[in-house]
Design a protein around this ligand. Structure first.
Ligand SMILES: *Cc1c(COP(=O)(O)O)cnc(C)c1O
Length: 354
């Protein structure tokens, strides 16, 4: 069996939820578990996060699956329903549904007579992706408050720039404008806003990336935020090559040795979810020592520099990201974000609880 594994730490997930609680002590928490809990495994993650006040995701099949395992707290569908055929299913399983469009309002109108939903009315305050514009949202809010299929209404928005210098103030103004005269529950904050903008916390916060131990920011590390990595992508060296000056490594020979060099072959490639576009120099740990990748990542393998790593040999441990090397750093080197790395871990990589 190939030695690659994704080690998932329930303790880290619980710890990171504790950080959310410390940051937002007066808010309830929707733990965001879309995309198979950002690649960590839905059941494993939701078990570790059982003290969250609710779960939020975008896949209705996964939401129904959670109900079937007995999950009794709120489950929110952040993008709501995709088709009117889902209305009865969502009602039967008491799913909280976002309503972001006229089409979704029509689905509510078509709901069975006994269907009653918790609805999150999504307001577009500047992301310009989903939601009603603030000037139409007030009218939609009022019609939902009277709607036979609505048992509770929460106002929701999503921030586009909570992780950078532009902040959230420009969107908060638009959000406050809707429902300022109504005592409705509100939900706005993602991880970045939870960490930096306490004024946005309101009734329900929606942490995703910070639960998994990565940072939403480019100027502050996960460790500096007190977060612990929940996923460690680990493998081993399966071959060692001795190179001389002028020898090249891998497809297209993009890396050329300038002198004698010991290179290790790691059982991890892009078919495991490691980014193919990670360039030479992307950080990696061998025997817990930080080194770099060499040459192109191939489907099942990648190469690393073993210079200066005592005892490096076939069987040596490799950490692609996680414990000791944040996925944020690997993502930065590969021109992406940790979210994408974790979501992309392939089904062929076994997940192991640690
Ligand atoms: C994914 C998502 C979140 C979580 O965002 P993070 O940056 O991972 O904290 C919150 N709200 C909505 C609507 C989302 O889609």
């Amino acid at each position: 069996m190939r030695p690659i594994k994704a080690l998932i730490s329930g303790d880290a997930l619980r710890h990171n939820l504790g950080v959310v609680r410390m940051c937002a002590p007066r808010s309830r928490v929707f733990a965001v578990v879309k995309a198979n809990a950002y690649g960590h495994g839905l059941m494993r993650a939701t078990t570790a996060l059982e003290s969250a006040d609710g779960l939020a995701l975008v896949e209705i099949e996964a939401a129904v699956g959670l109900r079937k395992t007995g999950y009794a707290r709120r489950i929110a569908l952040l993008e709501g329903l995709f088709d009117v055929s889902e209305v009865a299913l969502a009602a039967r399983h008491d799913l909280t549904i976002a309503v972001h469009s006229r089409e979704q309002l029509a689905m509510l109108d078509a709901a069975p007579a006994d269907a009653r939903f918790d609805v999150m009315l999504k307001i577009n305050t500047g992301m310009n992706r989903l939601g009603f514009a603030p000037d139409e949202a007030t009218a939609v809010r009022d019609s939902l408050l009277k709607h036979r299929a609505v048992k509770q209404l929460t106002l929701m928005t999503h921030f586009a720039t909570a992780d950078d210098a532009r902040g959230v103030e420009w969107q908060v103004k638009a959000f406050d404008h809707v429902g300022a005269d109504q005592a409705l529950e509100r939900s706005a904050a993602n991880s970045a806003a939870i960490l930096r903008f306490p004024a946005t916390h309101a009734d329900w916060v929606r942490p995703g990336i910070m639960l998994y131990g990565c940072t939403p920011f480019t100027d502050q590390s996960a460790a500096a935020l007190g977060l612990k990595p929940a996923m460690t992508l680990a493998s081993e060296i399966i071959s060692v090559q001795t190179l001389n000056a002028g020898d090249r490594i891998g497809y297209a020979g993009t890396f050329e040795a300038t002198g004698p060099l010991l290179a290790g072959v790691v059982a991890c490639g892009y078919a495991d979810g490691y980014p193919r576009h990670a360039p030479t120099g992307t950080p990696v740990l061998v025997n817990r020592v930080r080194t770099r990748t060499l040459g192109r990542v191939s489907m099942d393998m990648l190469m690393v520099d073993l210079t200066g790593i005592a005892d490096a040999r076939v069987g040596s441990s490799v950490v692609l990201w996680g414990e000791g090397l944040s996925a944020d750093e690997v993502a930065l080197a590969a021109g992406t974000v940790s979210y994408e790395l974790m979501c992309a871990v392939a089904p062929r990589v076994p997940m192991v609880d640690v």
